[in-house]
Design a protein around this ligand. Structure first.
Ligand code: GLN
Ligand code: ZN
Length: 758
């Protein structure tokens, strides 16, 4: 019999119950006990829906983040937090969210740093290390949950982050080598395993996704060291890898002295055969055969075609699971009553994925006949999706075939373009602008909600947005900004807004996925060939331009960002989907240009986060991603100025690709890094205009003009003044008008003083 299990279940709840409880607790509206009750209820519910599995994951539930949980289990919390006292949960949230100095009880505490979990859109709290970091076991949470699951009559399989990945994910605060902590970390892991064994646990899932990353010799050595140390444990360890191929780490992984290994067969299908051959005969092999990263139904027949052969070889040694934790998909497709039934038939959320897993297991254990009906349904859905006219639009496929390299080529080089643009735009030195959005007031969001519910007519809603655009232009005129924007009041979200207007997109109602803490995103579903039936932003930009003599910058989201923040097709390469998006955005760019819009910004906020896990795969991704941007942007005349915006501060390793985009102006986030990041641009001799952010929009603080000026002076030491723009770090939609006005006033004043100085 094959064994079925799950690596992790989405914890946020089908109706985001956890989010609402967390936020209520933080606001003091519910007690700690009430929050705990929500947690217990959710866990019970989630285990109940996984009861068909042979083993259920335990410890995957978290009040904020599983990495932070591991830090607590290992007694590794920053001193600044442990010193503040309070309940364990208070301390936990203090690391997660920080505490402002304004709280009456005490002084401020800085939150732990947050960063992306591998190549997903989930963010974890980075463990902090120091040379003298000591660990101490605190397993109460895990033991409690083990008991809870067992009380439900289930077989618990605790999930922990393995010692090497735990260190790998963290950061040293004093420049010491965190790997040297392995020696003191391992005894605590042993203690934890022994404790679980005393509680009757037989298998523990030890997540070691660092095995799919580029590891140097020291880190590879750490793996064998760690698992030789833990070998003495009475438990069986299932070391899990996911999100990618093991490549040069595969043999080492196979040789680890553990009882089983999990391989993500979705992202590393070509490693399955090697794994089957190499894994010593006493080890179990768990295969992740259902995609835990996207929302498509599995072609069960096709999976069985290869899986049956593996099963024949491995017999009972075969375990089946989703490819990774289901944290990255929404909970239940059955909640989606508004989704088009045809498209719905192609989808599977977490619960449906577990059903698929059960069908595969039955087919292997009892033969395909035992699930004939289910397999037939899966085949039908696959066939339907493959041939649906809603997915395939031959004219778009032809256009993609017809793309030639010169499609993304500007007419003249930057040096010639910038002269033409200067002549037309006549901007002062240090031109001031913003990144696009202005405050999304409660009032705007309410109007949109009413419009969606049908209580506000479309005409009234549009009128409301026009008023907002007009207010935004007025404010910018008063402030004296040089390049204005319409303010993005009509946008709920920079990707969803475009998805809603493109053919080939569908939207879920409850398809929430945790991004971090209580923050969830609802990625739109890109299911088919992309086309743009009509202009998407033209009306708003045109209206804004009609209100002012100053240039209004058109505002679009770029193809790579739209791709990276959507659930996308798995039936064609990401590159092809991205190029389709690029063609659609290109049409919008050309429409804007034809309407007289002289400056067009194309945001690529998520370009960097699409980078593959392995450095050797970067250039392939960057090649098509940059090509897509160029196709979207570069069809314009010389005098039309293209801006792009990226809100992050690591450019060193991708600067050459950024330069290839050939945007006339790039605005970036720099205010918090004190302009250090400009080093990358200077070192590379980045040729085009740059707007280093001088106003940290993540903070309610209002920068004064001296501060802004000194940042710009720093910037001018690195980049010629005539190529510098003055702008905030990012869009202003999350800020209040009361903050934005004085901040921008100071920004404009700083720019004016700089002009006089030079
Ligand atoms: N134009 C967008 C805005 O201002 C850019 C947002 C982003 O980069 N995340 O909101
Ligand atoms: Zn940004």
């Amino acid at each position: 019999m094959v064994t079925t299990h799950n690596l992790g279940f989405p914890r946020i709840g089908a109706r985001r119950e956890l989010k609402f409880a967390q936020e209520a607790f933080w606001k003091g509206q519910i007690t700690e006990e009430e929050l705990q009750i929500t947690g217990t209820d959710l866990r019970r519910k989630h285990w109940h829906s996984q009861r068909k599995l042979d083993r259920v994951p335990v410890g995957d539930f978290s009040f904020y983040d599983q990495v932070l949980d591991m830090s607590f289990t290992l007694g590794n919390l920053p001193e600044r937090v442990s010193e503040t006292g309070g309940s364990a949960l208070d301390q936990y949230f203090r690391v997660a969210r920080g505490r402002s100095g304004q709280e009456p009880s005490c002084c401020g505490v800085q939150a732990g740093e947050m960063t992306k979990w591998f190549d997903t859109n989930y963010h974890y709290i980075v463990p902090e290390f120091q040379q003298d970091t000591r660990f101490q076991l605190n397993a109460d949470r895990l033991i409690e949950q083990i008991n809870e699951a067992r009380a439900q009559g289930l077989i618990p399989k605790p999930v922990i982050i393995g010692p090497v990945t735990y260190l790998w994910l963290g950061k040293s605060k004093d420049d010491s080598d965190r790997l040297t902590l392995l020696d003191s970390l391992l005894p605590v892991y042993s203690e934890l395993l022994d404790l679980m064994s005393n509680h009757g646990i037989d298998w523990v899932q030890v997540d070691e996704p660092a095995l799919v990353a580029d590891l140097d010799a020291d880190w590879r050595h750490a793996f064998s060291l760690a698992y030789h140390h833990l070998k003495t444990s009475r438990l069986k360890l299932l070391v899990t890898t996911y999100f990618g191929e093991l490549r040069e780490n595969l043999q080492m992984a196979c040789e680890l002295p553990v009882a089983g290994l999990h391989l993500d067969a979705i992202s590393a299908p070509q490693e399955v055969a090697r794994m089957v051959d190499w894994l010593p005969p006493h080890k179990q092999l768990s295969l992740g055969v259902i995609n835990g990263r996207n929302i498509w139904r599995t072609d069960l027949g096709k999976t069985l075609d290869w899986l049956e052969q593996v099963h024949e070889k491995l017999g009972d040694r075969l375990w089946l699971a989703p490819s990774c934790s289901l944290l990255h998909v929404p909970v239940d497709l059955n909640s989606e009553e508004k989704l088009d039934p045809e498209i719905r038939g192609w989808l599977a959320f977490a619960l449906q994925k577990l059903d698929e897993l059960a069908i595969l297991a039955t087919a292997l254990n009892q033969g395909r006949n035992a699930v004939r009906k289910e397999l037939a349904e899966s085949a039908l859905a696959t066939e339907n999706r493959k041939t649906s006219g809603r997915v395939h639009n031959p004219s778009i496929e032809t256009r993609i075939q017809a793309i030639r390299p010169d499609l993304g080529q500007r007419q003249s080089p930057y040096s010639a373009r910038i002269t033409a643009q200067q002549q037309k735009l006549d901007l002062p030195l240090f031109p001031t602008t913003t990144i696009g959005s202005f405050p999304q007031t409660r009032d705007i969001r309410q109007a949109r909600l009413q419009f969606r519910k049908g209580t506000l007519t479309e005409a009234a809603y549009r009128q409301r947005i026009r008023e907002e655009v007009s207010r935004c232009i007025d404010e910018q005129e008063i402030l004296g900004l040089d390049v204005l924007v319409h303010g993005e009041a009509e946008r709920n979200d920079m990707v969803e807004y475009f998805g809603e207007q493109l053919e080939g997109y569908a939207f879920s109602q409850f398809g929430w996925v945790q991004s971090y803490g209580s923050r969830c995103v609802k990625p739109p579903i890109l299911f088919g060939d992309i086309s743009r039936p009509r202009a998407m932003t033209l009306e708003w930009t045109r209206y804004a331009q009609s209100l002012t003599e100053k240039p209004v910058k058109g505002m679009l989201t770029g193809p790579v960002t739209i791709l990276n923040w959507s659930f996308v097709r798995d039936d064609q390469p990401r590159r092809d989907t991205c190029l389709q998006l690029a063609l659609a955005i290109r049409e919008e760019v050309l429409d804007l240009e034809a309407a007289g819009v002289g400056i067009i910004q194309i945001d690529e906020a998520a370009l960097r986060e699409g980078l593959p896990l392995r450095k050797s795969d970067w250039s392939d991704y960057l090649d098509w991603a940059i090509e897509a941007f160029r196709i979207a942007a570069n069809g314009v005349r010389d005098e039309t100025q293209i801006h792009t915006h990226m809100c992050y501060s690591e450019f060193n390793d991708i600067i050459e690709a950024i330069a290839r985009m050939d945007a006339d102006v790039i605005t970036i986030e720099t205010s918090r890094s004190d302009m250090e990041l400009l080093d990358a641009f200077r070192g590379f001799r980045y040729p085009n205009d740059i707007g280093p952010g001088v106003y940290d929009i993540h903070s309610p603080n209002i920068p004064d003009s001296e501060q802004i000026k000194s940042l710009m002076v720093k910037a001018a030491e690195q980049i010629p003044a005539e190529r510098l723009w003055v702008n905030p770090d990012c869009g202003l939609k999350t800020r209040q008008w009361e903050e934005v006005i004085p901040a921008l006033k100071n920004m404009v004043a700083a720019a004016r003083e700089l002009r006089e100085r030079i």
